[in-house]
Design a protein around this ligand. Sequence first.
Ligand SMILES: O=C(O)CCC(=O)N[C@@H](CCC(=O)O)C(=O)O
Ligand code: ZN
Length: 337
Amino acid sequence: MSRTFDVLEWTLAAARGENYPDFPEHPQMTVYDTGVIAIEPEQGSSKDVIISCAVHGDETAPIELVRDMIHAVLDGALEIRQRVLFMIANPWSIVAGKRFVEVNMNRLFSGAHATGDTLEHQHAAKLERYVERFYTSAPAGQRQRYHYDLHTAIRDSAYEKFAVYPFRHGQPYKREQLTFLAECGVSTILLNQAPTTTFSYFSSHQFGADAFTVELGKVRPFGQNDMSRFAAADHMFRQLISTDVLELPAFDASRHHIFDVCRTIDRTQSEFRLNFPDDVANFTPFPRGALLAVDGTTEYHVEQAQERIIFPNANVAIGQRALLTVVELPVTELDLV
Ligand SMILES: O=C(O)CCC(=O)N[C@@H](CCC(=O)O)C(=O)O
Ligand SMILES: [Zn+2]
């Protein structure tokens, strides 16, 4: 169905330098930038929720989810009870139909954007300012900050949906967040054990938000996503922003698969290869001793009894992460609050 105003078309037209009608006047909506829209209920909110997509431009399902939520608000079909910032983070990479135009933007947060001057460096700096503006302009009082940065993964995955819990600097993990994510269909969690320059770590570390990189499925072109696979996540995000108090079931440890990030293997040489085929899925386990990657003359072998591979990508820029390995951790070993 064609719309008189389509927020994605408006965002992409701006990225292409084309004309498009202005964003419609709406009493609760403030446009921070094309694709960056804050929605603020008049009163009574207690949550500041960021839902971002398109940090990688070819990860289309989250873009469709965010687009449809914004349209539902514009159409009066979704009543907003909490402050929300929707972010279509890299419109130029959507236009290009690529993960990024020049540089992977999800390595440029927490100030890393200062190291260059590409479109992605400049835009990451702006996105940081929008996050700061949104969180710091909330009404006074006790509030809770959230940031769900929605992605889809390049490879198939033994666990279709999973989330990265950014490094907590010793703070406990939250039962409520694990339960919320499980209700979204995301019951597999990776615990990052070091600071990163990702968008979710930025909001978590700089603003104390409950922030996650959420992998909702596999990268597919527009029109090829089976949106029924995202229905639970869509429902829960809408519940989060349209209710005063979000009803969640009690925490149930048996629902969750927790994995500790064990090793981060960076590509440091132009001669870099992964020692397994392109169709090996995320979370595939490898036995101790197996050769995973060769970086110049350095060989990376599996060190623990069973390490599983995540996000393998031999084509990353030199200096960037080419592979993570994870090991399963019983939920009972987590410091939970
Ligand atoms: O499938 C892949 O290889 C990449 C999917 C993706 O974009 N993942 C994020 C994870 C960010 C994090 O570690 O929090 C990324 O690589 O940026
Ligand atoms: Zn991504």
